[in-house]
Ligand binder design. Sequence first.
Ligand SMILES: [Zn+2]
Length: 282
Amino acid sequence: MTANPLIAAYKKPALYVALPSKGKWYDPKPKLSVDGELAVYAMSARDELITKTPDALFNGEATVALLESCCPDITNPRQMPVNDLLVVLLAIRQASYGNDLSVDIKCTDEECGHINQMAVDGNVLLSRVKENTYDTTIKLDNEFGLELTPYTIEDRTRLQIQQVKQQAIVQQLMATETQGEEKMQEQFGKTFVEIAELSVELVARCIKKVHLPDKDSEPIVEYQDIYDWLKIITKKDYEQIRERVEQLSENNIDTTFDANCAECGKDYKTNIELDIAGFFAG
Ligand SMILES: [Zn+2]
């Protein structure tokens, strides 16, 4: 890992975590333990500073820097499938701050609505990671067959940047009611088209192969061919493909917990929102 003997002696894995993807889709493949788990190291002082920056984790570069530091066995974090991200971030958090995760949960009793602070065991969350069982191949009605992958961190980051850009324009549009309105609307329209095109591009990147209905022909693997084809297919076919890519990108952590309200005593089931920026708060 490192040639510096001082660093090699100091840095030891804090824990090992099973990846939902089991290491599939990475390029190159991550180095996993004999049990197929990834070594996770505690955050350094520098890493902690990264996570303390507000909204830092919505910034792809910060996420990548954190992964490079705490999961050195992943050679190229940008190409990590997004379905592994939450699990790995949870593990990094646990390696650095211990198992207890404190979350605020609102009582479901309408009259009460008390905010209960609940301690969740990170190990329990990590043990509830299920394998993604969606099929990576789909067949459209017209017999075109596709081989798919989840989105990568890089894909998702690009989409987020574009969405932030669009939000900023909407806000500007609302603020500048009179002057330059036309120009803003034009710009908004442009960003909207950009997002639509980017969405198609990102789905195209998740299509590794297209098999033609004619069984004898070679499958199509060229990105440009697939992208151009994706732009002309029907909404129904496109949505079928996009939906499966989204399903393959799900993190598969069961976050339902039994809670009890300290105020009114009601027992209820709750879904914990795992807000990435929030759970590094301390
Ligand atoms: Zn209550």
